[in-house]
Design a protein around this ligand. Structure first.
Ligand code: HEM
Length: 485
């Protein structure tokens, strides 16, 4: 579907209008959809006339049962208050440290051992499934301070994770039906609505017990107050009168926002590397060069512990490769906005009040007019300064994979930190190959999952061949720098 939309947009210079409900009156309002990926239009919708383009009533109705009026599912003052509160937290160093801690613990104790095991047994793994489990564990740790260990040997079923998955899937099904239809099904208790109600009860039980336990701990100061650095505790410490329902929605909104997005991004990234060994080699060399300077020249010390944030920071080529992967395979391939009053977009398109605008993030990353003739090539170099030493972020209305404007992704920096840690831990230890015959296809969903997962064979990486040349390279660049000084 995303390819088809991208083709349409290429043929229409970046914007077209269509009708998804050919009923005379509705066709000019609810049924009328403007599809665009033009950077000027995106800036207009996401920033310049932000107030005219909220998420809107359809989106909110569909997700209300799962997400309430949380940050992901609200507009206006309800959204603004949560955004301001959360934005303050997201700039703190402690949240970054908390993410580092959750991700590194899961990598060291569970992710790496599972991959090692796969090398020994020769059994292929579904990397997408492993990554989904890993990021679910990380985001639960960050959101409410409890790692549910869904990533563990034997890949156990987890009641909370399954209920969350079923609830998301069932909420998405609501988009397919007119609002009256799914509301009637909910009222009569039919189809997926039954499963949704049951999943919501399970989620509610789980979240209530987490919130209850945390309130007790905070009241008794046991463990001490400041040892809780999760988002839930931070909201609780701000104001004691928040209801349990509100706190539960705060946590669930963050889980939805930060879980599938990073794992899906990493899945496409590893798939692209399998096909681009040159890029993979450059990344491994970059990591080796950093570890050579921080941990000395014994490679066994490089694998003792996951990389620390000071070691991840200089990995600019890796960040470029992750960004390039997100350009071609954005985790959220399209998004939509509701039009409050009649407006004209910068490219001259008239958008009527009551209609909606779909912006194709997938297409935005694949337009020759924006990215040049090589737009379909996987080229991390386009994100680097001419000397190759600095990462250069693109204009956020051209690269919209993290959204843009006042609703830009709050977790962007945390996501890069997490993705770099995971990528480095895999690439330093392993080479991956696609299981012969495995089909890689996109799934129709809000998030760009691979329909059949990513089945890979895991091999041990031999670093001995590249270490001498990395040492030599590092030696020469040190000499260059001395000359400059
Ligand atoms: C590669 C990883 C990620 C990508 C590609 C991504 C992308 C996005 C996108 C496209 C949106 C806008 C969605 C919309 O408004 O409909 C968004 C919003 C958001 N993201 Fe991310 N995200 C990522 C990781 C994360 C992580 C790890 C967190 C949390 C730790 C997070 C937290 C949020 C929040 C809270 C919002 C809502 C912002 C608002 O509406 O004001 N994201 N993200």
């Amino acid at each position: 579907m995303h390819e088809w939309i991208a083709d349409n947009l290429r043929a229409t210079a970046g914007t077209y209008q269509t009708c998804i409900c050919a009923v005379p009156f509705l066709a000019r309002k609810q049924g009328h959809v403007t599809v665009t990926c033009d950077p000027k239009n995106l800036e207009h919708i996401l920033r310049t006339r932000f107030d005219n383009y909220p998420k809107g009533p359809t989106w909110q109705a569909v997700f209300h049962d799962l997400l309430g009026e949380g940050i992901f599912n609200s507009d206006g003052s309800t959204w603004l208050f949560q955004r301001k509160t959360a934005a303050l937290e997201f700039t703190t160093k402690t949240l970054r440290q908390a993410m580092s801690r959750w991700v590194n613990t899961a990598i060291k104790l569970r992710f790496c051992p599972i991959l090692e095991q796969s090398v020994v047994t020769g059994e292929a793994v579904d990397l997408q499934d492993l990554l989904l489990r890993l990021t679910f564990d990380n985001i639960c740790g960050l959101a409410f301070g409890k790692d549910p260990h869904t990533l563990a040997p034997g890949l156990p079923e987890n009641a909370f994770a399954s209920a969350f998955d079923r609830a998301t899937e069932a909420s998405l099904q609501r988009f397919i039906l007119p609002e009256v239809m799914w509301k009637l099904k909910k009222w009569l208790g039919l189809g997926m609505e039954v499963g949704l109600t049951r999943s919501l009860i399970n989620i509610d039980h789980y979240m209530s017990s987490v919130i209850h336990a945390r309130k007790e701990e905070l009241n008794n100061n046991n463990p001490p107050h400041d040892s809780h650095d999760d988002l839930l505790s931070r909201f609780m410490k701000k104001k004691e009168s928040y209801s349990d329902k509100f706190l539960s929605h705060v946590a669930l909104n963050f889980i939805l926002a930060g879980r599938d997005t990073s794992s899906v991004a990493l899945t496409w990234f590893f798939w692209l590397l399998i096909q681009n060994p040159r890029v993979e080699d450059n990344i491994v060399r970059e990591i080796c060069a950093v570890l050579l300077s921080t941990r000395g020249d014994d490679p066994s010390a490089w694998l003792d512990e996951p990389l620390q944030s000071g070691e991840l920071e200089p990995l600019v080529y890796l960040k470029a490769a992750l960004s390039e992967s997100l350009r071609l395979y954005p985790s959220v391939p399209q998004d939509s906005k509701h039009v409050i009053s009649d407006d004209v977009l910068p490219d001259g398109t008239f958008v009527p009040a009551g209609s909606s605008i779909t912006y194709s993030i997938y297409s935005a990353g694949r337009m020759r007019s924006t990215w040049g003739d090589d737009c379909m090539e996987f080229k991390p170099e386009r994100w680097l300064s001419s000397d190759g030493k600095r990462f250069v972020m693109q204009d956020s209305y051209r690269f919209v994979s993290f959204n843009a404007g006042p609703r830009i992704c709050l977790g962007k920096d945390l996501a890069y930190l997490q993705m770099k840690s995971v990528a480095a831990s895999v690439l330093m230890r392993h080479r991956l190959t696609l299981v012969p015959g495995h089909k890689v296809e996109q799934k129709m969903s809000l998030t760009l999952f691979m329909k059949y997962g990513l089945k890979v064979d895991v091999h041990k990486r031999d670093l001995t061949a590249i270490i001498p040349s990395v040492k030599q390279q590092t030696h020469y660049s040190a000499m260059d720098e001395e000359c400059v000084v």
